[in-house]
Design a protein around this ligand. Structure first.
Ligand SMILES: Cc1cc2nc3c(=O)[nH]c(=O)nc-3n(C[C@H](O)[C@H](O)[C@H](O)COP(=O)(O)OP(=O)(O)OC[C@H]3O[C@@H](n4cnc5c(N)ncnc54)[C@H](O)[C@@H]3O)c2cc1C
Ligand code: SF4
Length: 327
């Protein structure tokens, strides 16, 4: 690990001043950034510990939206009574991720910012455009069973690893940020970037910007929701494919639908086309299967990961079926 300066901050103003120094990185739970520093994949010159900033509350706003502080731990969020009742899809997604020990340390903001698990990204002996811009992609000609089929480019096919983000994508969350010039918000769909020709750029944060909270819009039907994760082991494993589903069904007809996929996309993958195909249709297997075909219509298989296309479709159909049975 390279030498670095450690700065602990107690208020946002001091955090912004510290973050203005080039080569600075925030640390929250440390469950991702410390690993990356040990492997010399990230070599910050200054680590800014933000745990003294507060940002650790889950609050219901006057308009019914929920505001989640960026430092709320994944386990606290998963077991929050309001989240479990109103947004079970988020609670289930969080509990499907990592292990109990990691969830106790991992934060909401850190989870949003966690980096890919592509094995070539973690091994500095291999070329990787995400790690070293323009060096090449070892996964495209290499072993790519765990890589993405949606949103890929000829420069990078890495999946976004987060479970929590898949649920937040389906719920249409809003990210609240603070920078040197003030505060702003970004809709979830615009937060993570597709790899395109610049896979080293992964999100829409400006240099030194801090995530302060995540807002969940009040959805009257979000209690009818489910997160389903397919993986090689029953626990402590990243998704091969996952689906976050929220459905509003009245008299057997789907009036509203939210769908996002994980494990298959280069970013948490909200499928607007699949949602559209469901609205106005009778709830049932045939409708769900058509939506799944729609969600994966643009998928591109690589040498070892073609199986993910059918796996993602079946995962989505199963999740839709479960939510359909709740109505
Ligand atoms: C063995 C293992 C298994 C795992 N399995 C899963 C899994 O199955 N599913 C899953 O979803 N995740 C999994 N994870 C990932 C884990 O969820 C993340 O490491 C964790 O959520 C990151 O949160 P953190 O607070 O520890 O972030 P940190 O490591 O502290 O930070 C991560 C990044 O976020 C930045 N950051 C942190 N907070 C802020 C903020 N407020 N504003 C701006 N930037 C910020 C940091 O600068 C850093 O770049 C696993 C991790 C490990 C080690
Ligand atoms: S898929 Fe992306 S992260 Fe993996 S080796 Fe290629 S460029 Fe790197």
């Amino acid at each position: 690990m390279n030498p670095f300066k450690y700065t602990s901050v107690k208020d946002s103003k001091t955090a912004m001043t510290a973050a203005a120094t080039a080569g600075s990185k925030f640390i929250a739970g440390g469950t991702n950034i410390v690993d990356l520093m040990k492997l010399n994949i990230e070599t910050p010159r200054q680590i800014i510990d933000i745990n003294g900033l507060g940002f650790n509350k889950i609050e219901t706003l006057a308009n019914g939206n929920i505001m989640i502080g960026a430092l709320v731990k994944n386990s606290d969020l998963a077991y929050d009574t309001t989240i479990m009742q109103r947004y079970p899809v988020l609670s289930e997604a969080l509990l499907a991720g990592a292990s109990a020990q990691l969830r106790n340390a991992a934060s909401t903001g850190g989870n949003l910012m966690q980096r890919t698990r592509c094995p070539y990204f973690y091994d500095v002996a291999f070329a990787c455009n995400k790690r070293v811009q323009g060096s090449g992609c070892s996964a495209i000609p290499g072993y790519n069973r765990d890589n993405a089929v949606l949103g890929t480019s000829d420069k990078c096919i890495a999946t976004h690893p987060s479970d929590m983000c898949v649920a937040m994508a389906a719920l249409g969350a809003i990210i609240h940020l603070q920078g040197a010039k003030g505060t702003r918000t970004i809709p979830f769909a615009d937060f993570h970037l597709l790899p395109g020709q610049t896979p080293h750029l992964e999100h829409n944060l400006k240099s030194g910007e801090l995530i302060t909270s995540v807002e969940l819009p009040a959805l009257s039907f979000s209690s009818k929701s489910h997160y389903l994760k397919a993986r090689d082991r029953a626990s402590y494993q990243f998704a091969l494919a996952s689906a976050a589903v929220v459905l509003d069904i009245k008299n057997g007809i789907i009036e509203n639908a939210r769908i996002a996929l994980g494990g298959v996309g280069t970013k948490p993958w909200r499928s607007f086309s699949a949602e559209k195909s469901l609205v106005g249709k009778s709830a049932g297997t045939e409708t769900y299967r058509k939506a799944a075909d729609m969600a994966l219509a643009e998928a591109k298989a690589y040498k070892d990961n073609g199986f993910k296309i059918e796996l993602a479709k079946r995962t989505l159909v199963q999740a839709l079926t479960k939510v359909g049975e709740m109505s």
